[in-house]
Design a protein around this ligand. Structure first.
Ligand SMILES: Nc1ncnc2c1ncn2[C@@H]1O[C@H](COP(=O)(O)OP(=O)(O)OC[C@H]2O[C@@H]([n+]3cccc(C(=O)O)c3)[C@H](O)[C@@H]2O)[C@@H](O)[C@H]1O
Ligand SMILES: Nc1ncnc2c1ncn2[C@@H]1O[C@H](COP(=O)(O)OP(=O)(O)OP(=O)(O)O)[C@@H](O)[C@H]1O
Ligand SMILES: NC(=O)CC[C@H](N)C(=O)O
Length: 685
């Protein structure tokens, strides 16, 4: 047997916060030493954090990384430290791994395939490495510590006294022929992948399948090391690091945890890799033809492990990944923003209930963390201290998640003459069950004051359609209610801490969903304009699933009532048939979700989308399909401008329509789409 133990460090790094990141890295190295790991691997760009975006283009960022590295070097006695940071070589920026051992730098390994789709734009900052190994001259203050003038930079396999290690950086694993496959064929037994891989529904499963597949085909130990936490923007890195051997997951980090540093490790018997490889003949044939990678020698024996614990294949399943990721994201946002809590306009509908329940979910996670005293990482103390700082009470010791919610979460029902008693009741009941401090404010007077102000200008009082008015009058009367809600919410967010004798401000949460944003069924600069929107990339159906899951988990009766109610903006006079969103939108939420997926995930334009839907919606005639497709694109085009100014949303879905970072499309269209609609008409005859 040949046993080795690697320390895979999942780290919650904060973009551009060098002190905090360095402290976490040093802590992770010390934990690795305590756990007798001889190789410490960290996530992608961990020194400066990921996403620094255009800060990656500032040479200061790279200089600060070297400064931090000068301290990390002092902790590298008898342990290989594999550190992620940007490096400049011959005036070109590279996204690199820096391999340290015994106060020396042994290799700088730049990324060779950059991440450039979806949420990533790495080639805006970095250049992929495409050369043979070269020599990089170290900054003089580093030379003084390492005693080296130059170190190798390029792609190589690390050769220790007893095994060989391949290095892969995040996106390289997602390519059709991953670098790890070639390195494994050339003899690397352990592959280390350091990543900054964000959360999206279903992605953890997809990733794990890739690791299993790579190690099954080749026989290898694959250690995937991911970042954790809010990236400083809309993404949440889910952590979920793991160690996989020959197709089986042997160890994994806690998913969606509040730990800033976590070291995952397990004992790997390298003999198991060798035995498998020898016996796959087709692999042997391929390996015999594999191009040779240069070797970098590390004078260390990695198989010093005397004890051996055998691990079993661990299933990776997360049924609450959306709730968990949103909760962790909100916690990072809260503790880093300096705010003293959240404020939410709570309407008694699905959307704001989903936002509210994600704050409760966050509190529940905090409560569980601070109730677990025997955790190796001191998370109990760290999280409790952060919470005490936020609530401005150094004795605060909550006995339930509701007690936490009560200190940091404020909700407000903003009723008008068009609001129903049912929605008011649902809002108040949910607030009571989750523990938020709930207010009720009637905004009729504010709307009336606005209308009085323009009285001298307008020819007569505007009326709702139900009272004989035009569509313009009706929309204006709806929008003034919606916009007044936003103003009152911000006013309360600013004054609530002061009113409670506390310092600071509250973060205003928004809750407009994906379907309504795509269709433009929202008032620009109303309650959809907030500081941050946790649910913006989720469809109404996703949100209903989320509420249903939370209802089953927490048994809050308010959630059941909310799920049973018909979505309504309640902005028009109450009539017998009510003000029903789907009727107003002229499209159902199911239809909108289908459009969202086909246009964004499958990248279908109006004509291809129509052709696809003819088969998917075979129960209606091609003409009816054509009408729905044209209706959708008309509304989308008229309203796309609303998405430009929409609140930043937490990214959770592949079909998000976020115009600022994910779904780049113009916002001024010819909404008649004459060319495309003519083709659709020709095809539907
Ligand atoms: N091309 C363009 N580029 C930039 N801006 C453009 C523009 N076209 C119009 N605009 C601007 O946008 C304005 C129109 O947008 P906006 O003010 O939003 O108003 P609008 O789209 O006219 O009406 C809002 C709609 O959302 C519905 N709603 C509102 C609130 C809540 C809910 C709910 O479900 O709870 C639903 C409401 O029933 C109504 O159907 C124009 O008056 C103009 O100022
Ligand atoms: N009466 C209200 N009190 C407080 N906030 C409100 C009220 N009406 C609307 N809002 C705010 O405006 C947002 C948009 O309203 P919208 O009707 O789309 O959502 P919802 O009421 O949460 O859900 P649903 O669409 O299922 O009714 C709400 O999520 C809420 O934040
Ligand atoms: N940082 C990266 O290279 C990430 C890319 C990868 N496609 C992911 O989404 O996880």
């Amino acid at each position: 047997m040949s046993i080795t133990r690697i320390g895979v460090c999942t780290m919650n790094q904060f973009a551009m916060d060098f002190n905090y990141n360095l402290q976490n890295i040093i802590e992770s190295i010390e934990i690795c030493k305590r756990k007798q790991c001889l190789y410490r691997v960290g996530p992608e760009l961990e020194v400066c954090g990921y996403m620094c975006e255009d800060h990656f283009l500032e040479s200061d960022t790279v200089t600060h990384c070297w400064e931090a590295l000068s301290e990390i070097l002092l902790h590298t006695d008898n342990i290989v430290c594999d550190i992620g940071m940007p490096v400049i070589h011959k005036s070109v920026f590279y996204n690199c791994r820096v391999i340290l051992l015994n106060k020396k730098i042994h290799l700088i390994r730049p990324k060779i395939y950059l991440a450039d789709d979806g949420n990533y734009r790495e080639s805006r900052y970095f250049t992929p490495w495409s050369k043979e190994i070269e020599e990089l001259e170290l900054p003089t203050f580093i030379q003084k510590i390492t005693g080296q003038k130059c170190v190798p930079i390029g792609v190589a396999i690390l050769q220790t006294l007893d095994t060989e290690i391949g290095i892969e950086v995040c996106e390289e694993m997602w390519t059709p022929i991953p670098t790890s496959a070639s390195q494994a064929l050339d003899g690397a037994e352990i592959i280390l992948n350091s990543s900054g891989s964000h959360f999206q529904i279903g992605k953890i499963k997809e990733r794990t399948e890739l690791f299993k597949d790579i190690t099954k085909r080749n026989g290898a130990c694959y250690a995937f090391c991911n970042l954790r936490g809010c990236d400083g923007n809309r993404l949440y890195f889910d952590g979920c690091s793991c160690i996989v051997l020959n197709g089986k997951v042997f160890a994994k980090s806690d998913a969606f945890s509040l730990k800033d540093v976590e070291v995952t490790t397990c004992d790997i018997d390298l003999q198991e890799i060798r035995n498998i490889r020898i016996n796959i003949k087709s692999r042997s044939l391929m390996a015999s033809k594999q191009k040779h990678f240069p070797r970098i020698k590390l004078h260390i024996n990695l198989t010093q492990q005397q004890n051996y614990v055998y691990y079993r294949d661990i299933p990776i399943q997360y049924e609450s990944e959306v709730e968990d990721s949103m909760a962790c994201y909100l916690w990072d946002y809260l503790r880093r923003s300096g705010a003293s809590g959240f404020m939410l306009p709570l309407s008694g509908g699905v959307d704001s209930a989903a936002t509210a329940i994600s704050v409760f979910y966050m509190a529940n996670k905090i409560f569980k963390t601070i109730s677990t005293i025997d955790d190796d990482y001191g998370s109990h103390h760290k999280v409790l201290n952060q919470l005490r700082q936020i609530v401005q009470d150094d004795q605060f010791s909550p006995k339930s998640p509701q007690e936490i919610v009560n200190k940091i979460f404020f909700t407000v029902y903003l009723g008008t003459q068009n609001s129903s008693p049912d929605s008011k009741y649902r809002s108040q009941l949910l607030a009571e069950q989750i523990g938020s401090q709930h207010y009720e404010v009637n905004i009729d007077e504010i709307c009336n004051a606005c209308l009085s102000a323009i009285k001298p200008i307008v020819k007569e009082d505007p009326q709702f359609i139900a009272n004989g008015g035009t569509l313009s009058e009706d929309l204006a009367l709806q929008n003034i209610q919606a916009r007044s809600r936003m103003i009152i919410t911000y006013l309360l967010a600013q004054l609530t801490p002061w009113n409670n004798g506390k310092q600071g401000f509250l973060i205003v949460l928004g809750s407009s969903n994906l379907d309504e944003s795509l269709r433009g069924f929202l008032t620009k600069y109303d309650c959809s304009s907030a500081d941050i929107n946790p649910i913006g990339s989720l469809s109404k159906n996703d949100l209903k699933e989320l509420l249903d899951f939370c209802y089953k988990t927490f048994q809050f009766s308010a959630l059941k009532l909310i799920l049973e109610a018909k979505p309504s903006p309640e902005l028009r006079p109450l009539t017998a048939e009510g003000h029903v969103s789907e009727k107003d939108m002229e499209l159902t939420f199911d239809e909108l979700e289908t459009f969202a997926k086909l246009r964004k995930v499958q990248k279908l334009g109006p004509v291809s989308l129509y052709k696809k839907l003819r088969y998917l919606w075979s129960d209606i005639s091609p003409k009816q399909v054509a009408e729905k497709v044209k209706k959708f694109f008309k509304f989308y085009a008229i309203n796309r401008h609303k998405v430009v100014s929409i609140t930043a949303s937490f990214h959770a879905q592949s079909y998000s329509c976020d115009d600022n970072r994910f779904d780049f499309r113009q916002f001024l269209y010819n909404w008649r789409w004459p060319w495309q609609f003519q083709k659709i008409d020709e095809n539907s005859e």
